[in-house]
Design a protein around this ligand. Structure first.
Ligand SMILES: NC(=O)CC[C@H](N)C(=O)O
Length: 229
């Protein structure tokens, strides 16, 4: 699987994403600087996490208007697989590739810790390797992770199996108590209508080797490799 990672000034998870992709796919991903107006032909484009443009104005707002994002949009509109993680999720919502918005965390604090996730959709291109063990611990690191969408938008996500991940406790219960940031319906990650774009707040690229405390983040990349094959 060939991939590209989009780089913006202020990101801090780009190297982790590049390393994870290389390790799991066996191919060195392309690193695309934000001002570049051309994307190489790849199966997967990733918008990684961090603080693009210092989160100035709103997290992701400036990056969403960069030349590189126009190329990401073309790739996604043509059905190309597109993954946004954390700041990348914020950028994809700001760019209109995914519905809703990431608001300030409920408690107005930056959260850097391990939470639990449940893969709710285990058939998508991004999540098909989670069927056997859908509940797993995963790191988060954000201050704007509170996903919100209007009632019609929420129903659309729920009715069409577009909620990829929810926050839950270690037993998989998706109660409010297990919701770190106040996201509506405990949403941690969503798919677009066509299923070729995933945005998620937690960091799967930091959960790919035993030293990370788990390898369940690999399953996203392995799901993609399978989908592309
Ligand atoms: N790790 C990240 O990508 C953080 C995203 C964004 N800067 C926030 O704090 O919400």
């Amino acid at each position: 699987m060939k991939s590209a990672v989009i780089l913006f000034p202020g990101l801090n998870r780009d190297r982790d994403m590049l390393a994870a992709l290389e390790k799991i796919t066996g191919h060195k991903p392309h690193a695309i600087w934000h001002g570049d107006a051309e994307l190489p032909k790849v199966d997967l484009v990733v918008v990684p996490g961090g603080f693009s443009y210092g989160d100035y104005l709103r997290a992701g707002a400036i990056a969403a208007r960069s030349p590189a994002l126009a190329e990401v949009k073309k790739h996604a509109d043509a059905g190309g697989l597109t993954l946004g993680v954390c700041n990348g999720f914020q950028i994809l919502t700001e760019a209109g590739l995914l519905p809703g918005a990431l608001m300030r965390n409920r408690d107005l604090k930056f959260l850097c810790k391990t939470i639990h996730l449940k893969a709710e959709n285990t058939t998508s291109a991004f999540t098909n390797q989670y069927a056997e063990a859908p509940v797993f611990p995963c790191p988060i690191a954000h201050h704007d992770g509170n996903y919100q969408v209007d009632p019609d938008g929420l129903k659309e996500l729920q009715d069409n199996d577009r909620i990829a991940f929810r926050y839950c406790d270690a037993d998989g219960n998706t109660s409010q108590a297990a919701n770190p940031n106040g996201s509506i319906d405990n949403i941690a990650g969503i798919l677009n209508k066509r299923g070729n774009v995933l945005g998620m707040m937690p960091h799967p690229e930091n959960l790919i080797e035993k030293a990370h405390g788990g390898i369940q983040g690999r399953f996203i990349f392995e799901s993609l490799v399978k989908a592309v094959a």
